[in-house]
Design a protein around this ligand. Structure first.
Ligand code: PEP
Length: 251
């Protein structure tokens, strides 16, 4: 049985005091069940403080991006070594906003996935189609390419511990959620692609999240689907009560 994994992606929101308050509130009330994991993916300036606040608790702290190099002349970038050193456990890679606004490609996603594992971080690898691709019936082909290229060259063990987040771009921040059946169809496809690229055993271990306007009102139905093991959540992860309700749904 795979655990449910609920990850909040704050994007470029909050100031430090708000981030700290949120985390204090979540730590106090987070369910103690072992079958659900909760991760807060926060902006870089808050990571150190949030790691301190969550030490010894069930809440993990993730970053929303990183460079694939360990160090060097990359002004403004943050390396996997720095994240690991802070105590960060997860890192979102290839979010559609980074692919769209910051020229991330399947190749950089793949380099970052390798770098994450090299430094003991768990990558949350995002894939997803545009509305145009969905309407042109290209979803499955596009997702297969993103999954294969994104995970290329990883060992079976590494693939098994990757979190893949299926986020249809047209559903992110728009209030439009894919129906749970449609979301599951793509998540099953992702698992089948991994089965083919790695092995059945590995594919069965991979946690596949759905993301795209997930909120307390729709998470239950999404989590009943056979291949949806959690959610990557933007807007509804910004309030502690709402984030806690999402984690609770995973218990
Ligand atoms: C996201 O940021 O990955 C996301 C899915 O956002 P939202 O939940 O707001 O659609």
């Amino acid at each position: 049985m795979r655990n449910k994994v609920i990850a909040g992606n704050w994007k470029m929101n909050k100031i430090l005091a708000e981030a700290n308050q949120f985390t204090d509130d979540v730590v106090k009330k987070v369910p103690s069940n072992d079958n659900v994991e909760s991760i807060i993916c926060a902006p870089f300036p808050f990571l150190s403080s949030l790691v301190e606040k969550t030490k010894g608790t069930k809440v993990k702290i993730g970053a929303q991006n990183m460079h694939f190099e360990e160090k060097g002349a990359f002004t403004g970038e943050v390396s996997p070594v720095m994240l690991k050193d802070l105590g960060v456990t997860h890192v979102v890679i290839g979010h559609s906003e980074r692919r769209e606004h910051f020229a991330e490609t399947d190749e950089t996603v793949n380099k970052k996935a390798h770098a994450a594992f090299k430094h003991g971080l768990t990558p949350i690898v995002c894939v997803g189609e545009t509305l145009e691709q969905r309407e042109a019936n290209e979803t499955m082909k596009h997702i297969e390419k993103q999954v294969r290229k994104g995970l290329e060259g990883l060992s079976e063990e590494q693939v098994a511990s990757t979190i893949v987040a299926y986020e249809p771009i047209w559903a992110i921040g728009t209030g439009k959620t894919a129906s749970s059946e449609d979301a599951n169809e793509v998540c099953t496809h992702i698992r089948n692609v991994i089965k083919d690229a790695a092995s059945e055993d590995t594919a069965e271990k991979v946690v596949i999240q759905y993301g795209g306007s997930v909120k307390p009102a729709n998470i239950d139905e999404l989590l009943t689907q056979s291949d949806i093991d959690g959610a990557l959540v933007g807007g509804a992860s910004l309030e502690a009560e709402s984030f806690l309700a999402l984690v609770e749904a995973g218990t």
